[in-house]
Design a protein around this ligand. Structure first.
Ligand SMILES: Cc1cc2nc3c(=O)[nH]c(=O)nc-3n(C[C@H](O)[C@H](O)[C@H](O)COP(=O)(O)OP(=O)(O)OC[C@H]3O[C@@H](n4cnc5c(N)ncnc54)[C@H](O)[C@@H]3O)c2cc1C
Length: 380
């Protein structure tokens, strides 16, 4: 079912983005991490434009150069290795594009996909979570109602990555008067819609290069054509997007864990205590042996989930397993990394400190580890 051999094209892409991750994304991410949150860093937007990253998500007929999901996983692993926060900025664009790919009409794709393509680097947002409904996505306080040939939306979404800078927002809402899955629909909201307001950027420990804020929908009016799919199809659409997104967020976690393991290995070979490098201690060598083994396992889970997506086969549990395993590995690798680096890692700026903070987000966003276990155990 699955080949472990990458194609020449995939290998070339992997090598290319591996170099950019180390030479460009990682050094920049340390600077952005230390600064106050102020939107998506202009250097990242330039990177999106120069590498034409959004084209990888968009079908050819709408101006893109689409990659299959296994290739996207290879790309996301490198972005996650360079800067998980930036990978999350790009992942939000992926999620909103996925909403159109799965449920959008030809007219919607023609209208919204070009907004993401050069000239310039562009992002979009995926707006599900509310203060009162995070893990529970089966009803929302954000509501919509019909007025003639328009929809009126009212409510708040928080946190939203790329808020304030997105070309468009995909927003989930319940029809006024409903509080269940059947009442949920998804909408395309252009970035410059009247009544769409943004709160200040949140100050948070991890994913600092991925700016988040609250978006306020103050009785905004959008044309009826901006509903994605038929009324009431929003919950199913959301589940399908998350099934794709979790596999790719897992590949970001693989990249982050890889960076941690490489950093610890380098340190353990260099750090000499009592006249020998600390890697000569079995406790440290065995820990690294465990971590590199788990890294291979995590990547295999990711590629398997992505291959199932590409084959059009059931991938819900495979995606959840990949996300659960890879994000927990990212947390473990950085936690052990901080222990082994000792005082040289526990300071600022320190790459290990930064990625340890980033790793925590990977097991919260897009469904916590508990939620992944609910999905996996639900299929037993
Ligand atoms: C940095 C960051 C960026 C984000 N960006 C976005 C974004 O761009 N767009 C967006 O829509 N969302 C975004 N999110 C939100 C994210 O998807 C939610 O945080 C996540 O779904 C969890 O929801 P919650 O934080 O409200 O936790 P809650 O749902 O309040 O859960 C609290 C705790 O209870 C546990 N729990 C809940 N239900 C169960 C259960 N049935 N069984 C066992 N345990 C349970 C959870 O696992 C968790 O540990 C972002 C989050 C973060 C941290």
């Amino acid at each position: 079912m699955i080949s472990f051999e990458l194609t020449q094209k995939q290998l070339a892409m992997q090598e290319y983005f591996q170099r950019l991750a180390v030479e460009r994304l990682q050094p920049r991410s340390m600077q952005v991490d230390a600064a106050a949150p102020a939107g998506v860093d202009p250097d990242y937007l330039t990177f999106i434009a120069e590498e034409n990253l959004n084209a990888f998500l968009i079908p050819k007929e709408y101006g893109g150069k689409p990659l299959d999901h296994v290739s996207l996983a290879i790309l996301f692993e490198e972005l996650g290795a360079g800067c998980a926060g930036f990978a999350a900025v790009y992942a939000q664009t992926f999620h909103s594009v996925a909403a159109l790919l799965i449920g959008g009409s030809d007219e919607q794709k023609k209208l919204f996909f070009p907004l993401l393509l050069p000239p310039g680097g562009h992002v979009s947002s995926f707006c599900v979570t509310e203060e009162e409904s995070g893990s529970n996505t089966s009803s929302f306080s954000t509501v919509f109602s019909r007025k003639g040939k328009s929809f009126i939306l009212r409510g708040e979404k928080s946190p939203v990555i790329n808020a304030g800078q997105s070309r468009f927002y995909v927003v989930w809402a319940n029809e006024e008067g409903t509080r269940n899955r059947a009442g949920i629909s998804a909408f395309l909201i252009p970035g410059k819609t009247e009544g769409l307001r943004f709160g200040p950027y949140h100050d948070k420990p991890g994913f600092r290069p991925a700016p988040t804020a609250t978006i306020h929908l103050e009785d905004i009016r959008i044309p009826e054509e901006n509903m994605i799919g038929p009324a009431g199809s929003g919950y199913l659409l959301l589940m399908q997007i998350l099934d794709w997104g979790r596999a790719l967020s897992a590949s970001m976690a693989v990249g982050l864990a890889r960076t941690a393991i490489e950093e610890v290995t380098r340190f353990a070979k260099q750090r000499v205590i009592l006249k020998r490098p600390i890697i000569k201690n079995q406790s440290i060598a065995f820990l690294l042996a465990d971590l590199v083994t788990e890294l291979e396992a995590a990547r295999a889970l990711v590629w398997r989930a992505c291959r199932l997506i590409d084959l059009g086969r059931d991938h819900t549990v495979a995606s959840s397993m990949a996300k659960l395993y890879a994000s927990e590995l990212a947390v473990r690798a950085t936690t052990e990394g901080l222990l082994i680096l000792g005082q040289s890692g526990y300071k600022r700026p320190s790459l290990m400190d930064k990625i340890h903070r980033d790793a925590q987000v990977l097991r919260i966003a897009e469904g916590t580890s508990h939620v992944q276990k609910l999905i996996i155990s639900g299929q037993l």
